[in-house]
Write a protein that binds this ligand. Sequence first.
Ligand code: ADP
Length: 307
Amino acid sequence: MKKRILIIGSLNMDMIIEMKRMPAIGETVLGDNLSYIPGGKGANQAYAAGRLGGDVAMLGCVGDDNMGEKLVCNIAGSGADASFIMKTENIPTGTAVIYVNEKGDNSIVVISGANNACNVEYLKQNDNLIQESDYVMVQMEIPLETIMYGIRRAKELNKTVILNPAPAPNPKTLPEDIFENIDYITPNETELIMLSGQTKISPENIREGARILLEKGVPNVLVTLGEKGTLYISRQMEALYPARKVEAVDTTAAGDCFNGAFVTALSEGKSVKEAVIFANCASSIAVTRKGAQSSIPDRKEVEDILK
Ligand code: ADP
């Protein structure tokens, strides 16, 4: 039987501005294209879980504006329950302004906006939702206090807790008990290296980083390695699940698609191995398309490849 998933996290509108070259300070350049693409790590993960067939609800905040409305509609369109997302007055919806030049390099400014209103009080008001969920997934784009409350409360209620530690937090700012309250942690290579207090990415440091997180109390570490796939390390085993070979055009939200797909598969009773294979496949499709939520495949696309 399908279990229930709750995703607590951010919603952002990605405003993508394409141009030949980035402006220097004080300079004006003409851009080539402007597009608005729904994003935010929490929203992307909820959207992915919804589209891939998960029984998922989202907790997060948008502004009481057009962008917020669009983000909420998009999540609802994926099949995820967006009805608990809060609209806040006088704060704009979270926005990421992304400059992309013709070489594909980008510069990004993120305005957290309404994501900062995703506070402990709001989680307390929605405690029923935490109680009714089986899997609770969080990332790091809402206030740390809210993240910690969500993680501790979910664990207290015996839920399976998944942390996608992105964007990479400074480990010194994290309360020590965060790790013992998490069942699965899903960093990419950079996030793992930062989180484990190391500086250089190397195969040895990745293993060392995973070992450090296991020692701190996380029983399952899943390191996403981009085109190399996903490394799973627990106290009992270590396995590399390779990625499917594809022509990647845009890796935005690859990790979010991976996380949404992974929790969906776990919620259906799949093993960690099966869930990683499912998630690797879903995210390998996402990287062949542009954008964040716009790149995420539906269930049938993934199953057609896996069968
Ligand atoms: P993030 O987007 O958080 O940086 P990764 O780049 O590690 O995360 O990607 C997450 C997952 O997406 C990988 O584990 C892999 O399954 C898939 N993926 C990413 N890039 C590629 C690629 N070039 N080819 C195939 N799969 C990919």
